[in-house]
Ligand binder design. Structure first.
Ligand code: GLU
Length: 572
């Protein structure tokens, strides 16, 4: 890294309040890894990415092709009708992030989710158009491709267009989600025609579905570039669908869509033991929640305690409770409200927070602290927990570039509105629908042009030698940081191969008191022990878990897909 680059990075770090540790790892003379790899939640999407690597594309090319293919084959989870976050590193360990989060239309306001003065309920605003934000994934892809792509823009679209044009089989997971979310999936005529039979039932597993409207849209974006998404017929189609929705029509304009910009953000990094951990800052709560939880745990010997010891899980629960309390109070779009990012991951502050944790007892009520920079902030805690329509994918190429990208349409099938063959997101429900509590404003309230707070935690972990060790992320709303925390501890502290780390059960403790353990997992057997450690309320819960990762050991990438999912890693 040149001194100028280090200075620039340091300046960016100061500005954004993150810690960037300059590295002196030399770029590889030849290929760094023996193979490239793509891990995604659907094998056909992993294959789309792998094809790009085979054609000489970069990790960024592969990640974009994967995102596009997921739009087709995993329409319940993510796609070009939604947004995402891209966290990338080169072989020198320099990290950058792009924010492709959906944005509220200019007309949006704190009472956006009220009707006649009454706050609507989540199921009342999904499906419908009030929840739709201006999509960000195509703008993100264009920005990332311009900086780090090697293949042509059009080449990235080829696998997705083929899948949409020639058809793709309905998987058991898609079928199950069509069944459990039939109202949203079949909200629009296009959704019903694509995925439901004449009897109104979801089409059976294995049915080959074609999506020519999406193939045409993708072909147009491939031919004309990202501007064809944000202007012209596609933008008009979105506006028409949103403004004339039969339920909750909303005043999104073509100007809202044309104004969308994916944003470069400084990566938020910190250290856990001898490892450097980087992830996504505001509007995501991912990096701060991940880093705070890990740093608060650092003084405990998690390795010696081990994964089979209830004390380990108790400590993870306590640390999460503290980190999620800060998240609830402070995390939001930093372009609109002050988010004390540096303070939330400040080691001195977190040493104080960690001192609240005891190995033998439980904090009665976990509340937010006052991280440096938050002294004057009076925000009320958010009560919003995100939903379940997301996909994470991890990519490395032979040259040592890596991408950790989480893409979402928020809950399953997003808003249910289909434009141009793709589902539009319901990301605006990631805002706090109620803008205030006890007379105090919530940081994550709706505002025109603002981006809703996210839980997405696309992460990169670098080893003590400075080299990349782990590319990881997950879907599952507010459980996402908890899933990533579990994976990082699994790999670093418990020395598990990444596939086993993703198979570990998840403990999720986002609230002041309640601790959830993954239903059906061996953590259920620890409930009495956790109660004995002072947790009054420990409940088994079916959690929406789906992580994907790649671990680098020496020159070898090892892919991992969540055993709870249909995901697959492909080596190329
Ligand atoms: N919309 C959520 C977020 O950005 C993610 C939803 C999910 O993972 O299912 O945090």
């Amino acid at each position: 890294m040149t001194p100028r680059l280090i200075t620039l990075l340091a300046a960016a770090a100061t500005l954004s309040g993150c810690t960037i540790i300059p590295r002196t790892v030399e770029p590889p003379a030849a290929a760094l890894y023996e193979a490239g790899m793509v891990s995604a939640a659907d094998p056909r999407a992993s294959e789309a990415g792998a094809q790009m690597l085979r054609q000489g594309g970069t990790a960024t090319d592969a990640a974009i092709a994967t995102m596009l293919a997921l739009t087709v084959v995993e329409p319940q989870s993510s796609g070009i009708g939604g947004g995402g976050f891209y966290v990338a590193a080169n072989a020198r360990g320099e990290v950058e992030t792009i924010d492709g989060r959906e944005t509220a239309p200019a007309a949006a306001h704190p009472q956006w989710f009220y009707k006649d003065g009454v706050l609507l309920k989540f199921p009342e605003v999904v499906p419908g158009a009030t929840s739709v934000g201006v999509p960000g994934n195509i703008a993100l892809a264009a920005k990332a491709h311009a900086a780090h792509g090697r293949l042509t823009w059009a080449a990235l679209f080829a696998p997705a267009i083929k899948l949409a044009r020639e058809g793709f089989a309905i998987t058991p997971r898609l079928h199950a989600m069509l069944k459990s979310n039939a109202k949203v999936a079949g909200f629009s005529a296009e959704g019903r025609a694509m995925f439901f039979g004449a009897d109104g039932q979801p089409l059976p597993v294995g049915t080959v579905v074609k999506n020519p409207a999406l193939a045409d849209s993708l072909q147009m974006f491939a031919d004309q570039g990202a501007k064809a998404f944000y202007t012209g017929p596609n933008a008009r189609a979105i506006v028409t669908k949103v403004t004339t929705a039969p339920v909750n029509p909303a005043p999104m304009t073509e100007a809202d869509i044309a104004a969308y910009a994916a944003k470069d953000r400084a990566a938020v990094c910190g250290t856990y033991r001898a490892y450097r951990v980087c992830s996504m800052g505001p509007p995501s709560s991912g990096a701060t929640t991940l880093l705070a939880t890990l740093i608060q745990l650092e003084r405990f010997d998690m390795k010696a305690l081990g994964k089979d010891n209830p004390v380990s899980w108790h400590l993870i629960a306590e640390s999460q409770r503290l980190a999620y309390a800060d998240r609830a109070r402070f995390a939001a779009d930093a372009d609109f409200v002050t988010v004390p990012v540096a303070g939330m991951i400040d080691r001195k502050y977190l040493t104080g927070r960690s001192a609240l944790i005891s190995q033998s007892g439980s904090i009665a009520k976990a509340v937010a602290g006052t991280p440096p920079g938050a002294e004057k902030l009076t925000f009320a805690p958010s009560s919003q927990l995100a939903e379940n329509g997301t996909s994470h994918f991890a990519v490395v190429d032979r040259a040592g570039n890596a991408v950790s990208y989480t893409s979402t349409i928020e809950s399953a099938f997003g808003s249910g509105i289909v434009a141009g063959g793709y589902y539009l997101n319901n990301e605006l429900t990631d805002f706090d629908m109620n803008p205030q509590l006890n007379g105090r404003l919530v940081a994550n309230r709706v505002e025109g042009g603002k981006r809703p707070r996210s839980s997405m935690t696309p992460a990169l972990v670098f080893g003590p030698d400075g080299r990349l060790r782990l590319v990881v992320g997950a879907a599952g709303g507010a459980t996402i940081p908890a899933q990533v925390i579990r994976a990082v501890i699994g790999v670093i502290d418990w020395d598990l191969p990444v596939q086993q780390a993703l198979a570990l059960p998840v403990l999720f403790a986002p609230g002041t008191e309640t601790v959830y353990v993954e239903q059906g997992s061996w953590l259920e057997g620890m409930i009495p022990a956790l109660k004995a450690l002072g947790h009054a309320d420990v409940q088994p819960r079916a959690l929406p878990l789906k992580a994907n990762a790649i671990e680098l050991r020496g020159s070898q990438p090892w892919g991992a897909a969540d055993p709870r999912s249909e995901g697959k890693a492909i080596r190329e």
